[in-house]
Design a protein around this ligand. Structure first.
Ligand code: PLP
Ligand code: TYF
Length: 394
């Protein structure tokens, strides 16, 4: 049976880790997979998470099944933090969510529910995270692309984007990055979120928002302002949330999927479809990450600690951005856009052949589109990157 199968390619980003660990060069620089790293080059367990885990370890008396929906103590407080207290309360009966195995499962379940609702096509930004298209295609949706960002620039291609989306209709969904666009780091302005919301409403198309970096752009509330405005303005929206970066829970697979809609009946129907899919694929989400987030968000001190740690991570990213842009400019590279962009990633204006050269000749690892993980840059790393780019382009 298995001889009828084709060998499929590895994950285009996660695969880099293996290459890097087998590289013996001491100067190697890992700018590949999007995980936060601190100044010591490690991806730490956040202190708030460690404390929450300790309490869970002491208090937990059972590992019995939960439900396909996961923990309400996770879904509700997380929803409140994402959509804001105010919106969450006002929309109490019109937003429904479930806990998922990371944002990836939320994206997949959301796409399946959209497909079951008659959505045929989903529009994604060009460029976008390379896993988006395969997830949506696996759910049976046709993936279309709207222009979004041109490498080397600061802002987004707003006019081209909205022109491309001029013909969308009720069988189209539009994928948006909530903040810290992956891979470009360029986000819509609040005014653009407003205009896009009007456009989507007029065309009867539903937005699907992927929120994977909340708190890592400017600050939690600023980063979520566009999503909140859109939720307020459009009739219906689907929102996939990741706790991988914002809580550092990557491998615990912690995320959530929310449906926001015009009526209690409709969001309940959407939720029931997602729950049915969960039940028939993995039954229920892994508990631990959700238990940790629930513990943090139910305790003022733990939440304050988490918010402070998140703020420090955000400040570090913005510090690295400023430092890299400055050093680049000193060396004649026009990389000021890196200073203006947000979150974990920016795209370097270099070719795939040059990324290969950086890897082979200078032990600098990044995906072939030139995306760099900003967090991976120490002082020395910035210098190594800039000098290497100058060396291969001279
Ligand atoms: N969406 C985007 C835009 C991402 O960059 C990532 C990467 O982690 C994910 C979703 C996946 O998140 P999770 O680890 O929660 O599945
Ligand atoms: O873009 C990134 O690097 C992160 C991590 O299948 C990631 O989003 C990459 C690939 C993948 C899952 C997570």
């Amino acid at each position: 049976v298995f001889d009828r199968l084709e060998q499929l390619p590895d994950d285009p980003i996660l695969g880099l880790n293996e290459l890097i660990s087998s590289d013996p060069r001491s100067e190697k620089l890992n700018l590949g997979v999007g995980v936060y790293v601190n100044d010591d080059g490690i991806t730490p367990v956040m202190e708030a998470v460690r404390l929450a885990e300790r309490r869970i370890h002491e208090e937990q008396v059972s590992k019995a099944y939960l439900s396909p929906r996961g923990r309400a103590e996770f879904i509700n407080p997380l929803g409140e933090r994402i959509f804001s207290n105010d919106l969450w309360i006002r929309r109490r009966d019109r937003i429904a969510g479930l806990q998922t195995a990371g944002c990836v499962a939320a994206l997949r379940l959301g796409a399946e529910v959209l497909g079951a609702s008659g959505i045929r096509e989903i529009w994604v930004s060009e460029p976008t995270w390379p896993i988006h298209a395969p997830i949506f295609e696996a759910a049976g949706l046709k993936v279309r692309r709207y222009p979004y960002y041109k490498t080397g620039e600061t802002g987004v291609l707003w006019d081209d984007m909205i022109a491309k989306l001029s013909g969308i209709g009720p069988s189209d969904a539009v994928l948006l990055h909530g903040c810290c666009h992956n891979p470009s780091g360029s986000d819509l302005s609040l005014e653009q979120w407003r205009m896009l919301s009007d456009h989507l409403k007029k065309r009867g198309s539903i937005p699907f928002i992927d929120v994977a970096y909340a708190g890592l752009g400017e600050a939690l509330d600023n980063d979520l302002a566009g999503l909140r405005l859109l939720t307020e303005l459009v009739d219906e929206a689907v929102v996939a949330v990741s706790c991988s970066k914002s809580f550092g829970l990557y491998r615990e697979r912690t995320g959530a999927l929310y449906f926001s809609g015009g009526s209690k009946r409709n969001v309940s129907a959407a939720l029931s479809n997602a729950l049915n899919l969960a039940r028939t694929s993995y039954s229920m989400p892994p508990d631990h990450g959700g238990a940790v987030v629930a513990k943090i968000l139910s305790d003022h001190e733990l939440e304050a600690l988490w918010r402070a740690e998140l703020k420090r991570m955000c400040e570090k990213l913005n510090g690295c951005r400023a430092q890299l842009a400055e050093l680049a400019e000193e060396n004649g590279l026009n990389w000021g856009f890196i200073r203006e962009q947000k979150g974990m990633f920016s795209l370097l204006p270099i070719t795939p052949a040059q990324t290969k050269k950086l890897r082979e000749e200078h032990a600098i690892y990044m995906p072939s589109n030139g995306r760099i993980n900003i967090a991976g840059l120490s002082n020395a790393g910035c210098r190594h990157l800039i000098h290497s780019v100058v060396a291969i382009t001279d």
